[in-house]
Design a protein around this ligand. Structure first.
Ligand SMILES: [Zn+2]
Length: 282
């Protein structure tokens, strides 16, 4: 086994707390690539692909649909086949096993709810870009976020072709307007009270581990990511007892100022994490 994996396992055991950052690369390692015209996308969206020419899940989710009925057909399939109808992946379960015995906090731009599905506690997760399990007023008339679970599961039973019958479409309880899935597909994406609470929980976590041995684990985040990677690298540079480990396929970036307190792991997480787990158990 690579010496590096043993070292990472030791760092996890030795940490007072663990701060996790995750972006698309982690979901891709699980087999959910929202940027790819892959088998999963083609098998559930071939009709949308034919009509609109979508080449990926993400491209479709930013598009304008002919009707609200069609839009919810698309979003309900997205929420169902990338989340409600799936089980927690082996990869996410391994990740949970590795950190669950320590205080942890997750900051992620992934919207697929896979952390919570693996057992991570919601109050320890900050989802920067919302979550497919929720919906909001499309006009952003008020800040509350609602679960779409029942709505989506009902829609999946009543879809006709590429349309959800109007009687099953959710309406905004305040303005009566269209509801939309709670991911930032337009400028009306709201940062509701849940997001503010997540931010406060994050700040509390960071205050609690100031000066302590905080381990940062970063999964599948591109080198130029400003939302998660840049602030995490700043924390690593500023805090003397922070150790920083970044996992990414094909693109590892560690600034020289933190090179002596960092490890970069380039490769496929679905291969790497099981080996770290083995080292962790030894
Ligand atoms: Zn409204």
């Amino acid at each position: 086994m690579e010496e590096k994996y043993k070292q990472i396992a030791e760092k996890i055991k030795d940490a007072d707390g663990i701060l996790i950052g995750a972006s698309n690369g982690l979901s891709i390692a699980e087999g959910y690539n929202i940027f790819a015209n892959d088998e999963r996308f083609q098998s559930y969206f071939s009709d949308f692909q034919k009509k609109y020419g979508f080449r990926s899940l993400i491209q479709g989710s930013f598009s304008r649909f002919e009707s609200e009925n069609e839009m919810w057909s698309y979003y309900s399939r997205m929420a169902y086949y990338y989340m409600y109808h799936t089980q927690s992946s082996t990869l996410m379960q391994i990740l949970y096993t590795l950190v669950k015995d320590k205080p942890y906090f997750v900051v992620t731009s992934n919207t697929d709810d896979h952390f919570a599905m693996a057992g991570f506690e919601r109050q320890h997760i900050w989802e920067l870009e919302g979550n497919m399990k929720d919906m909001q007023c499309a006009n952003g008339c008020h800040k509350q976020i609602y679960s779409n679970r029942e709505v989506v599961l009902t829609m999946r039973e009543h879809e006709h072709g590429m349309e959800i019958p109007s009687e099953y479409l959710p309406k905004c309880p305040k303005c009566g307007g269209v509801m939309k899935i709670h991911v930032p597909v337009n400028q009306n994406f709201i940062k509701g009270s849940e997001t503010q609470m997540s931010y406060q929980n994050y700040q509390k976590f960071m205050a609690r581990f100031q000066g302590k041995k905080l381990l940062i684990l970063e999964f599948g985040i591109g080198a130029r990511n400003q939302m998660i990677k840049a602030p995490f690298m700043k924390i690593a540079a500023k805090e003397p007892n922070v150790f920083y480990i970044t996992f990414n396929k094909g693109e590892i970036y560690i600034p020289t100022q933190i090179a002596d307190k960092a490890i970069g792991v380039d490769g496929d997480l679905s291969q790497i994490l099981p080996q770290i787990e083995r080292a962790y158990r030894e």
